[in-house]
Design a protein around this ligand. Structure first.
Ligand SMILES: [Zn+2]
Ligand SMILES: [Zn+2]
Ligand SMILES: [Zn+2]
Length: 361
């Protein structure tokens, strides 16, 4: 992510801020500039901003900012939708009458905005289903429901997943204790809310960018043939786990279950890597590696071999930083050559670089 600074006083800002903690200026994120900006009232619920290049534009607060304080994004004043480009993807949100649901929903929205930021930076199409029923994207955030009033502990489980452009996420995944328990039960090295969003977005973009693409055989050559029986593959995976030696070809054990899941896990890792490298490079991070100083550069528009080198250096440092704080490694994964090849493929595929087969093959 970019490093954001207050345009009034120069203080550093987090992506989630609604106020500058130093000079109290109100803030709003401008999706059309991917910039967090000081906003100033300009009449009739409209705001001007101090963001460079956007000085002559007017915005409104997203309805979820204005009314719910669950968003900090702005809507260009010439757009008719009351919601920002991230919130207008919501089709169902949880019942907000309870305090607990509201807390979890706010976390859900924060993770979703990080996903959308990454997609904007990669210039991927983001079209709401309300605009394009066939190809659009929608989110449903749902809580497990008791099946009967008599037995409140009998619940209909909401499965996190993707189908036909609808990404469903179980609200309980926003509860740290529940999610961590699930992570341990499933023997996973990493489970986060943002990780779910990134993973499920991969299934959506498979439908958008791969399914009907004439180059799909290139994808099959790298990830395997997705026409193999998906239900059976998952059933096998949950019964017997990943095959011995999965590490050499797959980024996670789950990626070994079926080509679709391999695509989704690898895609999620690609988004993790691009986001974290952008944050590190925007902060001006340098890493000493084998007596050389490596200045990290923004990963956008770079060759994948350079991204790989930077990530290799940064991965070690972020894990070491966390260990210094007594916390677990944020990136507990090893990228083999085969996995790197898959990441490189996704990098080129997103950039519509049709030389992709030669580049990685
Ligand atoms: Zn300030
Ligand atoms: Zn919003
Ligand atoms: Zn999946």
């Amino acid at each position: 992510m970019k490093n954001f600074h207050c345009q009034k006083c120069g203080e550093r800002l987090f992506f989630e801020n609604t106020l500058c903690l130093s000079c109290s200026s109100a803030l709003g994120f401008l999706p059309d500039f991917t910039e967090l900006a000081v906003i100033e009232p300009a009449g009739d619920q409209e705001f001007s901003t101090l963001a460079k290049g956007a000085e002559d534009r007017l915005y409104r607060k997203c309805a979820n900012y204005q009314l719910e304080n669950a968003c900090n994004w702005m809507v260009p004043a010439d757009e008719t939708d009351g919601f920002c480009c991230a919130c207008r993807l919501n089709r169902i949100i949880p019942d907000l009458s309870g305090l607990e649901n509201r807390k979890l929903w706010v976390k859900m929205e924060a993770a979703k905005r990080r996903l959308i930021y990454g997609l904007l930076r990669l210039e991927l199409p983001i079209v709401p289903k309300s605009v394009d029923l066939q190809n659009g994207l929608a989110f449903e955030f749902l809580a497990d429901q008791p099946t009967t009033m008599e037995q409140p502990d009998q619940v209909a489980r909401i499965l996190t997943g993707h189908a036909d452009g609808v990404i469903t996420i179980n609200l309980a995944e926003a509860d740290d204790a529940v999610r961590e328990k699930t992570r341990m039960n499933m023997g996973e090295a990493y489970r986060t809310l943002l990780g779910h969003f990134r993973h499920e977005s991969a299934h959506y973009y498979w439908d958008r960018l791969v399914r009907n693409d004439p180059g799909i055989d290139q994808v099959r050559a790298i990830f395997g043939d997705e026409r193999s029986n998906y239900q059976l593959a998952l059933q096998n995976y949950y019964q017997t786990g990943a095959p011995i030696g999965w590490e050499s070809s797959f980024v996670t054990p789950y990626a070994a279950s079926h080509p679709w899941e391999d695509w989704a896990e690898t895609w999620a890792h690609y988004l993790h890597i691009m986001a974290t490298l952008e944050t590190a490079s925007a902060a001006g991070l340098q890493i000493r590696n084998r007596a050389q100083n490596r200045v990290l550069a923004s990963p956008f528009g770079r060759n994948f071999s350079e991204i790989r080198e930077d990530w290799h250096a940064l991965r070690f440092v972020v894990n070491s930083l966390n260990r210094s704080m007594g916390m677990a490694d944020p990136y507990p994964f090893i990228l083999s050559d085969a996995i790197t090849e898959k990441l490189s493929f996704i990098h080129h595929w997103i950039r519509k670089d049709r030389e992709v087969a030669q580049l990685v093959g």
